[in-house]
Design a protein around this ligand. Structure first.
Ligand code: UD1
Length: 428
């Protein structure tokens, strides 16, 4: 298994290009199933999860051609042309779904267009049980008949799905996306209340509108969709990755560096920028991106609670903990979205961080400095937090199980070493 070795202590300086958002690209890819015409998606990141979704779609019979590779030294995303005009299969097998939970996003589109879908249950994962009950209950409200057997979700509908008023009992990003896609081809009007407002949901909604869908309330917690008979082809560019943006912003902060993050937007990371500024980080909008550096003075402790958008994202919690570990003073971090999302804590502790977890709150006492150590990645964001810690630490850090990183960070070592980090991947 590959490892990443980091010699910490270097200030990061330079420019990093931010790619398209993985979490927007995955539902956008699934959206191609809603039409028999071609969907062209550009600014797609080159990541393992994107390949997994493309593989799943190709197995259904979707014709996918890749147009042009990531140009400009890999700094321009890929473009896929997807045509689901000749879909032959509507089963998403366990082997692919277990690799990537987001495979569940094909359920809504398959059911809406073909009237049936069989999708393996994703099962548990490293950051909690993560059920899909809310997806299934909401699809049932649209008239789907759903049965679970042999670890599979079997869904079918007689005729078309029927519009309904759905109130999500809790905010679910994937659930909102699945229902949004399904409702575009349903008969009549669907209202999704307490819908997720994440930028990736809005990006999907905008693409669906470009395909001919009638959606009101984009960016709010109430989406109103008037179903139609047919969606057409469209072209859409994937929104920049706010989590990649936030991660490199923390990299600048913890190394006392100065980074220009190109191709991203402040409005995508307002809550993260707010916390970073409170911690003593300067973030400037440059028009084509963001400049991030430490303001004069050290990093201060912060108090943060993860929440659905526009609150502080759970996907930035682990990275922020590294900032807290190098701050002067104490911080508290409360995780409200996922149980069991503190798997980076024991690893950070091995690097000298002073962190105590009580229930869903972690107290971090900074000021002690971090020291390089061998550590193990456990999930995507936990892994990148260990890389950030390695950049800030004295000495050598070796991060094993880095395949988690490849699911969500494109050319991580290359982007960081171009800005002065001493980081390399050891293949094995
Ligand atoms: C998406 C993101 C993930 C992010 C998360 C929260 C993608 C591909 N992944 O995941 O990176 O961390 O949003 O911002 O976009 N829940 C249920 N039942 C359900 C669905 C969800 O109980 O049917 C619970 C989950 O266990 C979790 C909470 O709701 O506690 C939020 O989950 P959700 O917003 O659905 O996350 P994902 O869409 O899986």
């Amino acid at each position: 298994m590959d490892r990443i070795i980091i010699h910490g202590g270097n200030r990061l300086q330079g420019t990093i290009h931010i790619g398209g958002a993985k979490n927007a690209a995955l539902p956008l890819l699934a959206a191609c199933l809603l039409s028999d015409e071609t969907l062209v998606l550009s600014n797609l990141p080159h990541l393992a999860d994107i390949s997994t979704m493309a593989h799943l779609l190709a197995d259904f019979g979707v014709d996918i051609s890749m147009n042009g590779d990531a140009g400009n030294g890999g700094n321009i995303g890929r473009t896929f042309e997807l045509n689901a005009g000749a879909v032959v299969e509507t089963t998403a097998p366990y082997d692919l779904v277990r690799k990537m939970r987001a495979s569940i996003l094909v359920l809504g589109p398959l059911l809406a267009r073909f009237g049936k879908a069989r999708v393996s249950l994703p099962g548990g994962c490293a950051i909690g049980t993560r059920p899909v009950d809310l997806h299934l209950e909401a699809l049932a409200q649209l008239g789907a008949e759903i049965e679970l057997d042999d670890g599979y979700i079997n869904a079918k509908v007689n005729g078309r799905l029927k519009g309904a008023h759905i109130i999500f009992p809790m905010v679910t990003v994937g659930g909102t996306e699945n229902l949004l896609m399904a409702a575009t081809l349903a008969d009549g009007e669907t209202v999704l209340a307490n819908a997720a407002r994440e930028p990736e949901v809005s990006d999907l909604a905008r693409c669906l509108v470009a395909m001919g869908a009638d959606i009101e309330g984009i960016g709010t917690d109430t989406l109103r969709i008037r179903g139609c008979d047919h969606l057409h082809g469209a072209e859409h560019s994937v929104v920049p990755d706010r989590i990649e943006t936030g991660t490199y912003a923390v990299a600048a902060a913890v190394t006392d560096g100065d980074l220009l993050l190109k191709g991203t937007r402040l409005d995508l990371i307002e809550s993260v920028a707010d916390i970073l500024r409170k911690a003593g980080v300067e973030i400037t909008d440059t028009g084509d991106g963001l400049r991030v550096r430490r303001a004069s003075g050290g990093i201060r402790g912060i108090d943060v609670t993860t929440e659905p958008f526009p609150g502080f994202p759970t996907d930035m919690q682990a990275q922020l903990m590294v900032l807290a570990a190098v701050a002067d003073g104490a911080s508290t971090i409360t995780e409200t979205i996922f149980e069991n999302r503190y798997m980076h804590v024991p690893e950070l502790t091995r690097m000298g961080a002073d962190i105590h977890v009580h229930g869903s709150t972690a107290t971090v006492r900074g000021g002690g400095g971090l020291k390089g150590a061998p550590v193990m990645a456990t999930d995507l964001r936990a892994s990148v937090s260990l890389v950030l810690a390695g950049l800030a630490a004295d000495g050598e850090t070796s991060v094993s199980r880095v395949y988690h990183l490849d699911r969500g960070y494109e050319r991580l070592e290359e982007k960081l070493s171009a800005c002065g980090a001493v980081i390399e991947r050891i293949k094995s």
